[in-house]
Write a protein that binds this ligand. Structure first.
Ligand code: PEP
Length: 267
């Protein structure tokens, strides 16, 4: 672990539903979570659990979750406060729903919708200003990894985004390392590869943001499953997971939550 004096870091399991889900699916998903929750959580302290459905399902999912300690978040946010941006959603609108979280800079937003590092930084700034807790996604492509540029690329993404973060708001920041080559491909980073990058990310956070930065949770994302979650969560600098495909099925997501619950908090 890179910073022995960092505060205890929150351990988080987050599910990104991408453009999946329906009102019916939400009903049965929440029932399954409710039925398996106590058995999955079991220990103290439990991990924080988050779900990121599409905007149109945020309220429905929150209502369906009811008393379950699962928070919901948006999958993206616009950098501007308001204006002529058809199809977009402002951070304050998400906050207005009582929703506390948003993803920022997911690789699908970067590659499919042209979100540059500067755009992502603007979104991060807007999310924090609206009192949302952002999960900032960073990660290299396969070409960048093969050419030995993985750490440099991730450091660059982090540096641009972090420059937009007011020092007083760092405590709300969560980072997710999601190598692009591992997202939705079934090819997970080995625990060793993931740990090495997480250590690098923690060093950058500590260097640029001080002890508060070193205390930011850093999640791993990229083909996390109920089979590989425990080995990933056992790594000292991995503070949970951002899960795509496996989070769409409640029984699988419960098993991943259970793996996190067994791991607990890290000093
Ligand atoms: C993701 O969408 O953030 C993700 C990590 O997807 P998957 O788990 O399916 O690779």
């Amino acid at each position: 672990m890179s910073d022995a004096v960092a505060p205890v870091r929150q351990f988080i399991v987050a599910g990104n539903w991408k453009m999946h889900g329906s009102r019916d699916m939400i009903g049965s998903y929440c029932e399954t979570l409710r039925a398996g929750w106590s058995q999955a959580i079991g220990t103290t302290p439990p991990p924080s659990v988050l779900l990121f459905p599409s905007y149109c399902h945020l309220e429905r999912l929150r209502a369906g979750l009811g008393e379950l300690p699962v928070e919901v978040g948006a999958q993206s946010v616009h950098a501007e406060v308001a204006g002529a941006f058809t199809g977009e959603t402002a951070a304050a609108m998400i906050r207005d729903l009582g929703v506390g979280w948003t993803l920022v800079g997911h690789s699908e937003r970067r590659t499919l919708y042209g979100e540059t590092d500067a755009v992502v930084a603007g979104k991060l700034r807007a999310a924090l200003a609206a009192e949302l807790k952002p999960v900032l996604c960073v990660g290299e492509t396969l070409d960048q990894r093969r050419s030995g540029a993985a750490e440099a690329r991730v450091e660059q993404q982090l540096a641009t985004a972090i420059a937009a973060v007011d020092a007083g708001l760092v405590a709300r920041l969560v980072v997710a390392y999601e190598p692009v080559w591992a997202i939705g491909t079934g090819e997970t980073a080995t625990p060793e590869i993931a740990q090495a990058m997480h250590e690098c990310i923690r060093r950058v956070l500590a260097d640029r943001l001080g002890p508060a930065g070193a205390g930011c949770p850093v999640l791993y994302g990229g083909s996390v499953t109920e089979q590989n979650a425990a080995a990933l969560f056992a790594q000292p600098d991995i503070d949970g997971g951002l899960v795509g495909g496996a989070a769409l099925e409640a029984p699988r997501f419960l098993q991943i939550i259970a793996a996190a619950a067994k791991r607990g908090s890290k000093p």
